[in-house]
Design a protein around this ligand. Structure first.
Ligand code: TRP
Length: 337
């Protein structure tokens, strides 16, 4: 069977280095081995309130970032979820497969809903069912997941198994997680203990996908350090979050291991690391930034990629939906659709 990757990304605006090194870059690396669908999950986004103009804008931004980062939209598929109606259809069916108790155990719902669960949308509760539908609509076999989505993927596996079991037919593969060893948790440049975030009030805390060369260099120069020399070994990073963060970013961008990065700068000043980090950051990010900025100004091109992606995704989804409808016992005219 073909190995097919499905991955979803929320349409969030103001993408930064954390989004790139934490997810997007790893997807770029998967393209050679798998057939990939990369989906901007706008249906998931509206489980909490989204301003319509902001949603349109960030959907395009994420799509542009994927293209600019090097995902081949001709060979693979980049699209936004709401353009392929099968996601919503299959999600409804999965609402009837998953049990309330399964969803009640989802830690992300509890976090996102906060104290007032009664006020959360029904969609927020059913969110993992839609995620299962995303993957299984294409009979996805592998899903790159970070720590925070492991439990949701587990649920998708449970849904696939229960569906197959209830209808006594092996319709869905049970999707496997692809744990990406190389995913880097990028922390704020101003505080090594908090995640790099688009909502940090200080723009110096992050490297945005839209930052030009001068800005990247300046932000690295101003990044927080500590007074000591860089450590000789990994144990020496204990209690030194800024050193760990800068070395981690360097290792990721230079494509070396953390141990190699530590060895390279052992006993040196932060300024040596910052100099090299600036070089590799500019070399790898500047071309992406340029293409990203160009695409943000060319909405028509981004929209065309999304439309083409949706068309091809729909073609893949159609036979799966038909199979599901038949298995469930939904009558449909034999030659329609
Ligand atoms: N829930 C994922 C997140 O917030 C996004 C997502 C939606 C997803 N559908 C998916 C990820 C399917 C992997 C597979 O990051």
């Amino acid at each position: 069977m073909t190995q097919r990757i499905f991955s979803g990304v929320q349409p969030t605006g103001n993408l930064h280095l954390g989004n790139y090194l934490g997810a997007i870059r790893n997807w770029v690396a998967l393209q050679d081995q798998y057939e990939c669908l990369f989906c901007v999950v706008d249906l998931h986004a509206i489980t909490v309130w989204q301003d319509p103009d902001a949603l349109r804008k960030s959907t395009r931004e994420v799509a542009a970032a994927l293209i600019a980062s090097g995902i081949d939209a001709k060979k693979h598929i980049i699209f936004n979820q709401s353009q392929v109606s099968g996601h919503a259809e299959l999600a409804w069916i999965f609402n009837c497969v998953a049990r309330l108790g399964w969803l009640g155990r989802m830690t992300q719902f509890k976090e996102k809903a906060g104290k007032d669960q009664e006020a959360a949308s029904v969609g927020l509760f059913a969110y993992p069912n839609l995620m299962a539908a995303d993957i299984l609509l294409y009979k996805g076999t592998h899903v790159p997941v970070g720590e925070d989505q492991k439990q949701h993927l587990e649920l998708a596996r449970d849904i696939a198994q229960k569906f197959n079991h209830d209808y006594k037919k092996d319709v869905f593969p049970v999707p496997e997680p692809l744990i990406l060893g190389s995913a880097t948790r990028v922390m704020s440049l101003k505080d090594g203990t908090s995640k790099m975030s688009k909502s940090d009030p200080s723009d110096l805390s992050r490297i945005n996908m839209t930052d030009d060369t001068d800005t990247i260099v300046r932000k690295i120069k101003k990044a927080k350090t500590d007074p000591d020399l860089l450590p000789e070994n990994a144990a020496g990073l204990e209690g030194r979050p800024e050193a760990r963060n800068l070395l981690g970013i360097y290792a990721a961008l230079a494509d070396v291991t953390m141990d190699d990065a530590i060895a390279e700068f052992a006993g040196q000043q932060f300024s040596a690391l910052k100099g090299r980090l600036s070089d590799v950051a500019v070399a790898s990010l500047a071309p992406i930034q340029e293409e990203y900025t160009r695409l943000l100004a060319d909405k028509a091109q981004v929209d065309a990629v999304l439309a083409d992606g949706a068309e091809r995704a729909t073609a893949l989804a159609e036979p799966v939906l038909r199979e599901v409808q038949d298995v469930i016992g939904f009558l449909r005219p034999k030659k329609a659709r």
